[in-house]
Design a protein. Structure first.
Length: 403
């Protein structure tokens, strides 16, 4: 994931970060648009989160006994995301999606799973089929070590294609346990759901008695307080969360309709556990970050910063006369070195990776750090100032003209 292999270099090593900036071990400074791949929505080392971590740490690191902070976190999640009646904390996004799938299979008594090409849901066996993120970047979207018998239960379809979705349901009648989807795919670059695609997913799952799982590990708490499901008005049965919810510590969560969640042990027959799940320091960090985001109305300022970047990038693209596609949703963005439209993995893969490579290194040399892959999304934090974005746009403009 962290290798710079596909951009032909060694990665730098980061020594520290503050706000929108990071410094490598050689003392070079960068404006960071990776933000730990999404969690750092308030920027690096925000005061409120650091203080919460310190306070929690002085009271003990881990108990394996219920603690009040995990209850506060559960209440916040159920309050902000109304489709979630019950929630369970885990330690990563991978655990969250993996547990959603086991739960969906048990609840429906079916085995098959539909996912979408280029969507990344962590590294559980069933989900490493035509996956995105590092798996895609490093050329292993379907991993070795996954028995064909497992992978055969996963059907991967092109995103945004309602016809093929209907066909898959017809061909696997009464066999689909669930559809899992990033409602806004952000692991093969960034592209958006076409009008109605998410509601078509919802209707198809409902009419086929399959569960709809939204993987909101990236979009949760970022595209809106209540995630992509709030933004698009579509209610999944189960939701996977991660990244932002940990405030920079290793956390994930999953939740949904009570009757489904009641299948989890010890109430129900679906086993799930974790030694460090609900860890008090991680809960304290996540709660502090989420409450601060709400206190400062972070979503409003993220949208403003995003709009500023979009306007400046669009101008840079126009004046450089390059064939690229710029996508943005709130504080998430991606510059594809491919002509529009980009709406699924295949269209994203038309990108000119050699051009991306030169763009990436040009920016890096001038102190702007974008993810070292065409197939990742950029993240703005509330710590990015208007000057940071102006400077970024000036660099982007200069590099695009020189390409
Ligand atoms: C990062 C990510 C995951 C996996 O989360 P980890 O904490 O890295 O295991 C799952 N789904 C999506 C959409 C992600 O972006």
């Amino acid at each position: 994931m962290r290798a710079f292999r596909n951009v032909g270099d060694d990665p730098f090593f980061v020594a520290r970060g503050k706000g929108a900036r990071i410094w490598d071990v050689d003392g070079n400074e960068y404006i960071d648009y990776v933000g730990s791949w999404g969690p750092a929505i308030l920027g690096h080392a925000p005061k409120v989160v650091l203080q919460a971590v310190r306070d929690a740490a002085t009271r003990g690191l881990s108990f394996g006994i219920p603690n009040p902070l995990e209850v506060e976190m559960a209440e916040l999640i159920c309050d902000w995301i109304p489709s979630i009646n019950k929630v369970r904390m885990v330690n990563s996004g991978t655990e969250a999606t993996m547990s959603c799938i086991r739960l969906a299979r048990a609840f429906t008594g079916r085995d098959k799973l539909i996912k979408f090409d280029g969507c990344y849901h962590g590294h559980a066996d069933a989900l490493l089929v035509k996956a995105g993120s590092g798996a895609l970047t490093h050329g292993q979207p379907s991993s070795a070590g996954v028995p064909p018998a497992f992978a055969d239960l996963t059907i991967s379809l092109p995103f945004n294609n309602a016809e093929l979705l209907r066909k898959a349901f017809q061909e696997n009648k009464n066999e689909i346990a669930a559809v899992i989807v990033e409602p806004v795919p952000a692991n093969a670059g960034l592209y958006l759901p076409r009008e109605n695609f998410l509601s078509i997913l919802r209707e198809q799952c409902t009419s086929s008695d399959a569960l709809l799982i939204f993987d909101e590990v990236i979009t949760g708490f970022r595209v809106a307080r209540g995630g992509a499901q709030e933004l698009y008005g579509v209610k999944p049965d189960l939701t996977a969360l991660g990244k932002i919810i940990g405030g920079g510590l290793p956390v994930g969560a999953f939740g949904g309709r009570a009757e489904i969640m009641d299948q989890l042990s010890p109430d129900g027959p679906v086993y799930q556990a974790g030694t460090l799940s609900g860890n008090p320091i991680a809960m304290a960090a996540g709660l502090a970050q989420l409450r601060e985001l709400e206190r400062i109305d972070g979503w409003k300022s993220l949208e403003e910063s995003g709009a500023q970047l979009e306007a400046a990038a669009s101008e840079a693209i126009r004046s450089a006369k390059v064939d690229v596609t710029f996508h943005r949703l709130g504080s998430m963005f991606c510059l594809f070195f491919a002509p529009p439209p980009v709406f699924d993995l295949a269209s994203a893969q038309r990108s000119d990776l050699e051009k991306f490579n030169r763009f990436f290194h040009g920016c890096l040399k001038r102190g702007i750090y974008f993810a070292p892959s065409q197939f990742e999304t950029g993240f703005i934090s509330t710590a990015h100032t208007a000057e940071d974005i102006e400077r970024t746009a000036a660099v982007v403009s200069e590099i695009l003209k020189a390409l």
